[in-house]
Ligand binder design. Sequence first.
Ligand code: PMP
Ligand code: GLN
Length: 396
Amino acid sequence: MKIPNLLLANTGTTVFTVMSALAAQHGSINLGQGFPDTEGPQDVVQAAADALLDHRNQYPPLSGVPELRQAVAHANKRFYGLDIDANTEVVVTSGATEAITASLMALLNPGDEVVLIEPLYDTYLPVVRLLGAIPRLVRLQPPKWELPRAELAAAFGPKTKAILLNTPMNPTGKVFTAAELAFISDLLIRHDAYAICDEVYEHLTFDGWRHIPLMTLPGMRERCLRIGSAGKTFSLTGWKIGYVSGPAALVGIVAKAHQNLTFTSAPNLQRAIALGLAKDDDYFEALASTLAARRDRLSEGLAKIGFDVLPAQGSYFITADFTPLGFAGDDVAFCRHITEHAKVTAIPVSAFYEGDAPRHYARFAFCKRPDILDEAITRLAHHFSAQPLTQTVRSA
Ligand code: PMP
Ligand code: GLN
């Protein structure tokens, strides 16, 4: 038999699926895969249910239902002052996952170089490689995850087509600063390159940190494809509605990729998300403040057990160094061990790296009910026989 696609055949099952299956197998509290354990807003869910019954269940337009494209354009203006044309500068996709793949397809030709920042989300590298493009990896170092400017500049060259930038960042919880974004924008202009901006956690920032889309910086409006996810913004990760905003010339090509990937996504979900994006400021503020409180709850609990918890300014995640606990083994062994023996699941951070990686960090999702977070802490504390209050959380 001839060999099927080698790159895909050699791609492992995503760590999120592997760890969720292990959690289910062991009856473990799943703080691995990032999904909330409460429903998204009731009015949005109700709108999706109602929309199923009003006879608009055939193929929606390729680029998304007009209501949602308009809502995405309005949200760009309302939150960031960006002027986006709803008809030509927005494409609705089946989750940010498809948006990322479609954007990479839209920009890359074989042999193009793409700058990627490690630790990185697991779909980026396989897709870049499938397209025959060449990844240039630049690594952030814990605990501060600051942008290594000289290394980033060195990764850019004449063949650089794009950077793929994730802020707020999974798994680090880092929110890129205005100064870091300015440095990146300068490189993009100097090298005539584009940016794919994975901004799925745009509304999940804490402690006064604000998300700044790279697209809002001078000279960036025509170079950026900005990606959002209704899954994250409305705590409805199963809905898989994403959206790309950008200049018409690029978004038109993203739409061509989208027409060959999925063509469209469920119309009732799109219409409900349009309603969600128009929610008042209270909704967005409560989303962030609720998550910030959960981050604090989990961070403090883990710190009391002895973990060295790194600060997170955004996203669903904290990373914690388990070295102080004296576990003999790497992060994969640690996450497997706590799943099996403490009945709490986390994700090994080395899964977000290619090759050599730090192996003493675990990523914990805090987008869970407070009682579930407390129970996870109790289980871990019991397992590691915690000495109370021996460690404190590092301040941001
Ligand atoms: N990018 C990042 C950084 C993510 O963490 C995720 C996961 N949720 C996605 C993209 C995918 O988003 P979606 O579920 O909308 O496809
Ligand atoms: N983005 C989620 C996470 O980082 C996982 C999404 C998925 O399982 N595909 O946990």
